[in-house]
Design a protein around this ligand. Structure first.
Ligand code: AFP
Length: 296
């Protein structure tokens, strides 16, 4: 079944369905740049990182499509310093976008993705208030995985650019994969204990450098991804709004969990779009384990 029909069958709010379709339609354009736009652009983003040309291109494509459609009132992207307000928008929605997560992997042809969080209004709100979230993964297949709060559903892009249902109501299985970010020499004691416990239980290492690809794997195979607080960086590396909450919403809807080590990440109120956070995401068992180790 095509994405558009599936959204209708599920009784998805029409405005929300239109927005999900709009993101799905940008995937072809974003992918078209993969051949031509490799290499670093000469500008830096709000975090001072050099942008890859493709990040910029994906950012421009998504912002232009959203502005033209007027489907959202607020747009926050990882590449923009300020939240964009869309005048005369037809919906009060806000969106957070990581246009191309894992961009350092583009030049070695590994999977990268677009991550989107959808809010009923302004985006500086708790993740728990999100109306939905989605990601588009550009791998051997291009897939779109979304939730609007009633299941997590996955679609695959065909040659015509349309997405067709691959799996309905995805649930995260039990599994023994761990994707541990940060350098081991910088681990804080509670995190070291957590990782060592997983290793003693036979968890296998899978860390690609693309959060969205690693979480996608864990969604399908179980286990957990972490990018913790570490020596000198108490907020870790990943972004709360662009990476943590949208994928946290999806994994939670699939029966998993997300935490900053202390509490559910979806209960954390953002202060600024550039907020970073420690993150633990994956199976409930693993997330409960880190929270209990940290508490003790
Ligand atoms: P980019 O989108 O700038 O490539 O960042 C990727 C990322 O935010 C996340 O997708 C990875 O899990 C993480 O950084 C990798 O970080 P390290 O390079 O420190 O392992």
């Amino acid at each position: 079944m095509k994405l558009e029909d599936f959204l209708k069958t599920k009784g998805t709010n029409e405005n929300l369905a239109q927005l999900i379709m709009l993101f799905s339609k940008q995937a072809t354009d974003i992918k078209a740049g993969f051949l031509s736009a490799q290499g670093a652009a000469d500008t830096k983003n709000v975090y001072g990182e050099t942008q890859m040309a493709l990040d910029k291109r994906a950012d421009e494509i998504l912002i232009a499509a959203l502005k033209e459609s007027k489907l959202v009132s607020w747009i926050a992207t990882e590449e923009q310093p300020d939240i964009i307000e869309v005048k005369d928008a037809v919906n009060p929605f806000g969106v957070t976008i990581d246009p191309l997560d894992g961009s350092s992997l583009i030049d070695v042809n590994l999977s990268v993705g677009t991550i989107v969080g959808i809010y009923p209004g302004h985006v500086l709100e708790l993740g728990n208030t999100m109306l939905g979230a989605l990601y588009i993964l550009y791998g051997p297949l291009t897939t779109l995985t979304y939730t609007t709060g009633s299941g997590v559903h996955e679609f695959v892009m065909g040659e015509d650019g349309n997405f067709t249902l691959m799996q309905e109501n995805l649930t995260i299985p039990e599994g023994k994969i761990y994707a541990p970010g940060a350098l081991r020499k910088d681990y804080l004691p509670y995190h070291k204990q957590f990782i060592e416990q997983l290793e003693s239980e036979g968890y296998k290492l899978r860390f690609s450098g693309s959060f969205v690809a690693d979480v996608h794997q864990i969604l399908h195979k179980g286990g957990m991804f972490s990018y913790p607080a570490f020596e000198g960086k108490e907020n870790g590396k990943l972004r709360l709004l662009f990476e943590g909450t949208p994928l946290g919403k999806l994994v939670t809807e699939a029966g998993g969990a997300v935490s900053n080590g202390n509490i559910n990440l979806l209960d954390v109120k953002p202060v600024a779009v550039s907020d970073r956070t420690p993150i633990y995401i994956g199976g409930r068992k693993e997330i409960a384990l880190i929270e209990s180790i940290k508490r003790s």
